[in-house]
Design a binder for this molecule. Structure first.
Ligand SMILES: [Zn+2]
Length: 230
């Protein structure tokens, strides 16, 4: 496919927060695309397909598994964007660790995190789009109680939804045909997710969740999002 060949030109492998990502840079754009969970293959396929025809930068983790190895321990890469979140994930995934190992890994991550964010976050006013896939245990119903606003035109398809961190983006998404939630206030427990960090910093971020395997749906929803949002 010509599209794939052309984006391969701009492909490199980079290390951010100790995690290996494929990185694409297509032309000039304030849009950023991220696939952070290695087991979410549908999201990777959707990202590659969207970048064939869109300007922007994309990152996709090279890991095949959800957990990645950082500073000698296992961590969920979408739980490392705060020290508090990283500590919970490292404790949960490294049973043999004592306080010293934990502190060493957390200090190391504190040093890396600003560089990773500098590389990945969009310029001021730009948009970060994170692509995820989910299974039976997670849906928009999980996020509903901790959201500030919810629009469910497709309540029968709870696995497909947008999560926005800025109200002006949410209002546009909520007027569209897909499920959407707003999480602009970082309340409750700090889970170390990138959406929470973006909400706290006022960064425009949209998470797109689609069930594993529904690549056509994910591509359709990203393309709609790119047309709908400024
Ligand atoms: Zn995910």
């Amino acid at each position: 496919m010509a599209g794939i060949a052309s984006i391969q030109h701009n492909l490199e492998v980079v290390l951010l927060n100790g995690i290996e990502f494929r990185h694409w840079r297509n032309g000039e754009s304030a849009r950023r695309f991220l696939r952070i969970h290695g087991n979410e293959e549908t999201a990777h396929e959707a990202l590659v397909r969207v970048l064939e025809s869109q300007n922007g930068e994309g990152w996709s983790v090279t890991s095949k598994t959800r957990m990645v190895e950082v500073a000698g321990g296992k961590i969920d890469p979408n739980r490392m964007w705060s020290r508090v979140g990283a500590e919970k994930s490292l404790r949960a995934n490294n049973a043999g660790w004592g306080a010293a190992e934990l502190k060493k890994a957390l200090d190391w991550l504190d040093g890396e995190r600003p560089k990773a964010l500098e590389a990945m976050l969009p310029p001021k006013g730009g948009l970060m789009i994170a692509l995820h896939n989910n299974g039976p245990g997670y849906s928009v119903e999980t996020e509903q109680p901790i959201s500030q606003a919810v629009s469910l035109p497709r309540a029968g398809e709870p696995h497909e939804f947008f999560l926005a961190t800025v109200r002006s983006d949410y209002e546009i998404l909520a007027a569209g045909p897909y499920n959407a939630v707003l999480q602009s206030e970082a309340g409750g427990d700090d889970d170390g997710s990138l959406s929470r960090l973006c909400a706290a910093r006022g960064v425009r971020y949209v998470n797109l969740e689609v069930a594993h395997g529904k690549v056509e749906t994910q591509v359709e929803m990203v393309r709609w999002l790119l047309r709908a949002l400024p």
